[in-house]
Design a protein around this ligand. Structure first.
Ligand code: ZN
Length: 207
């Protein structure tokens, strides 16, 4: 046993010191950047793996909510995402939220609560400010316009309307529209608890 441990340690030392060690790389996302894409879209695609409408909706909701409670992100924000995020493509929304708020599964400051209505609660853990963000009908309609690819042959997969097998161009088109839309067209923000300074209700334009 001791000898095994000694051998393992030798191997580990070798792995750290040898020039021919494996090259560490991040996975390559299914995403071709467009010149007009904001930088954060590329970062999100690297995290999520493709440019999808639901992930992009999560990005915009996260940015709006974090701003509403004036949180810097990562460590001063708690996010509770209510909604039917059981599986992709809808659950991709949670990845967008993680990227744009810095509240993550790993840090335990992002939580999902299953429900029919999409409502995301943001709390600034330092100031106590709380806001809820809901999606406008316009955004919900854009997300509902995603057409699942007809399942043909034996290669049918549950996430045909999600990943690279989905109708790529149309998905990316919808995602880019969401990425570049006016915030008031995408979300409705309601201040629940005022942190300093107080925030009034914003947005509200569903049409
Ligand atoms: Zn996705």
């Amino acid at each position: 046993m001791k000898r095994c441990a000694f051998t393992a340690m030798l191997c580990l030392t070798a792995a750290f010191t040898h020039a021919g060690e494996p090259v560490n790389q991040l996975p390559k996302p299914e995403y071709s950047p467009d010149a007009a894409d904001p930088a954060w879209l590329s970062y999100a695609a690297q995290f999520h793996g493709h440019l999808g409408p639901w992930a992009t909706a999560g990005l915009r909701v996260g940015m709006a909510g974090r701003r509403a409670v004036e949180a810097k992100g990562y460590f001063d924000v708690k996010v509770v995402a209510g909604g039917p995020f059981i599986k992709p493509p809808r659950s991709c929304f949670l990845d967008g939220l993680q990227v744009s708020t810095g509240a993550t599964l790993g840090k335990r400051n992002l939580k999902w609560v299953n429900g029919d209505e999409i409502v995301v609660r943001f709390e600034n853990t330092k100031s106590g400010a709380v806001a809820e963000v809901r999606l406008t009908d316009r955004l919900l309609n854009a997300l509902a316009s995603i057409k699942p690819k007809p399942k043909t042959g034996g290669a049918a997969r549950g996430d045909r309307d999600h990943g690279p097998d989905a109708e790529h161009v149309s998905l990316e088109d919808i995602a880019r529209k969401i990425a570049n839309a006016r915030e008031a067209d995408l979300v409705r923000i309601t201040a629940i608890e005022d942190g300093p300074p107080a925030k009034a209700e914003q947005g509200g334009s569903d049409n």
